[in-house]
Design a protein around this ligand. Sequence first.
Ligand code: HEM
Length: 396
Amino acid sequence: MARVPVADWSSDWDHLDPAWVVDPYPIWQQLRETCPVAHTTRYRGVYFPTRYGDIRDVAYDPERFSSRRVVIREGDYRVNSPPITSDPPEHRPMRMALIPPFTPQAVAKLEPQTRILCNELIDRIIGQRHCDAAVDYAQHIPVRLIAHMLGIPAEQGDQFRTWIKMALQDGITNQAALKQAEEEISAYFAEQITKRRGDGPGDDLVSFLIKARLPDGEPFSDRQVLGALRLLLVAGIDTTWSAIGSSIWHLATHPGDRERLVREPDLIPGAIEEFLRAYAPVTMAREVVEDGELGGCPMRKGEMVLLSFPSANRDPEKFSDAGEVRIDRKENPHVAFGLGIHRCIGSNLARMEMRVALEEWLKRIPDFELDSTRPMTWSEGTVRGPRLLPITIAPR
Ligand code: HEM
């Protein structure tokens, strides 16, 4: 169904508006200068702070801004996915339980396999003049890795991506799609849990969560384990796929940066931080717990706040030349992985996937550009990244 066009970005914004989906940065810049805490009555009322300082204040104040709802939606269907949907004191036990598999040491063990996987994908592309860097490359990398970690078959990648789109994108306006995705993912993981209990747990993440204990020595409830597994599937795939895709999109449209990274691959880790800053994929939300104010703007209990880490990363008060992508930026305290108690658990994994994906791509496909004769599309809603990314590859 066609959406009502935005009448005024400061009082009627809509993150599903085509102008926002394609290029939100000028809209945010204008709001930062004229109305730093915007509002919309859509989605039953949502505030939209655009300045780094206001976004930081919301993220660091879980007492006033609750995570019991972290996605703005039409309708009131609520999803339980701890730790991301829980507040203190419930938040900590599940967060602590999830940290060990995502430490730098644990992630380093996955690097050789990631390199092999990237090269297998490139093998299928190499020799062709055209490919889609999102469809043929970026989307497969996080699916395969998280499926491996969870001990579930990566061949079901299409199914996982369909569920994630239903939950994160379609679910914003279509409660039935969200509910269906949640039920199907839960049924899928319930089966996996039963299987592990029958066969005896292995060394995958499903087994790890079954064996995890609360501080009092009790196991997590099945509802908590299922919620955490749903979160890992959703948080681990779309996000990293989007980050890899945006990085390749940048290089396909900025030949100077592409040539420099080919010549100086040691710059890749720093360039990745800059791509994470400039094209941060994840925007979360919070529920306002009590009447109050933010940045001088009154806030009403029960409404939501869009927590735009991507907008914080573009604030010129915090970053010099915030609107420019400088792949050799020295100081880069970006907040693409969030701030405060919910800061991303998977950041080491995501960074490793992005680095290996770019290193292997640039080694074997150093010369490429955006194919402007075919459509290029961006996802909408909670996670932003290219979904169609047509590329023309120069013959070698
Ligand atoms: C480039 C890729 C990624 C980005 C940009 C990203 C971003 C974020 C952000 C902004 C948050 C904070 C949410 C909030 O404040 O409400 C978060 C939380 C989280 N992320 Fe990521 N993420 C990425 C990849 C991953 C991966 C690969 C995993 C694991 C497989 C993961 C697992 C999580 C979990 C479990 C949380 C919840 C932490 C908590 O509530 O304590 N993320 N992520």
